[in-house]
Design a protein around this ligand. Structure first.
Ligand SMILES: Nc1ncnc2c1ncn2[C@@H]1O[C@H](COP(=O)(O)OP(=O)(O)O)[C@@H](O)[C@H]1O
Ligand SMILES: [Mg+2]
Length: 216
């Protein structure tokens, strides 16, 4: 299975969610988890490398892809094997639309799209969703409200939610803005971090199981 964390905008929480999801699912699933860092900034990979200094066992491997080759999946077979595999293959993308992502975006099982309610983020989210449409991506689109501030009244929330729901699954529980998520590592989730993501992730996992008729 392939789960991709992507959207058109940087700084929306893709890497934070990808790391926390990888850690979270490691604690729940028997399946092997593999992470592919497909962002030229390689934040996930660098963090994972840095965490080698920690005194806790690693939960999964992270590899960099797309560095040299323009189209890392031009042979297709690699990608289809990842999709058909029982393993959970997680991809973290850069906040940019790039032709090198096309095949992955087409063949992912799920694309997790974190978004915020700012005007800028709303626009990029819709651009990204349109791009997926143009690609005729088969992936289920899963939208997560990221860095959500409970105490703030987002004026465009209702309209944006309605728009987004036309394109995919909008998870009911947001991931709130939490300081504890700013210093996440790739080897554990603290109690506080787990608490910050668990409602969204449980909903997402239930959706995966239901959609693919499996138990992840
Ligand atoms: N839920 C959250 N609460 C607080 N800070 C967050 C949250 N999610 C992400 N951040 C912070 O926002 C910044 C951008 O997040 P990041 O995950 O790197 O985004 P992206 O990968 O989309 O560029 C980072 O400094 C990160 O620590
Ligand atoms: Mg990132």
């Amino acid at each position: 299975m392939i789960i991709t964390f992507g959207t058109q905008k940087g700084g929306t929480g893709k890497t934070t969610l990808a790391i926390s999801f990888a850690n979270y699912i490691s604690g729940l699933s028997q399946r092997k988890i593999k992470v592919f860092d497909f962002d030229y900034q390689k934040s996930f990979y660098h963090k994972w490398k840095e965490d080698e200094l920690l005194d806790i066992p690693k939960l999964y491997d992270v590899q960099i892809i797309g560095e040299e080759e323009e189209q890392p999946f031009s042979d297709f077979e690699t990608l289809i094997n990842l999709k058909e595999s029982e393993e959970i293959n997680l991809f973290d993308l850069a906040g940019a639309l790039d032709a090198k992502y096309s095949d992955l975006l087409i063949y992912s099982d799920f694309i997790v799209i974190p978004f915020e309610y700012s005007d800028v983020s709303a626009k990029s989210t819709l651009v990204f969703v349109n791009f997926l449409g143009l690609l005729e991506s088969q992936a289920e689109r899963v939208f997560i409200r990221s860095k959500y501030d409970k105490g703030y009244k987002y004026l465009n929330q209702q309209g944006m939610d309605e728009e987004i729901t036309k394109y995919g699954m909008l998870l009911k529980s947001p991931v709130f803005k939490r300081n504890c998520l700013q210093s996440i590592d790739t080897r554990k989730l603290t109690y506080e971090q787990k608490y910050a993501v668990k409602n969204s992730f449980n909903e997402f996992i239930a959706y995966i199981n239901e959609t693919l008729q499996i138990t992840i």
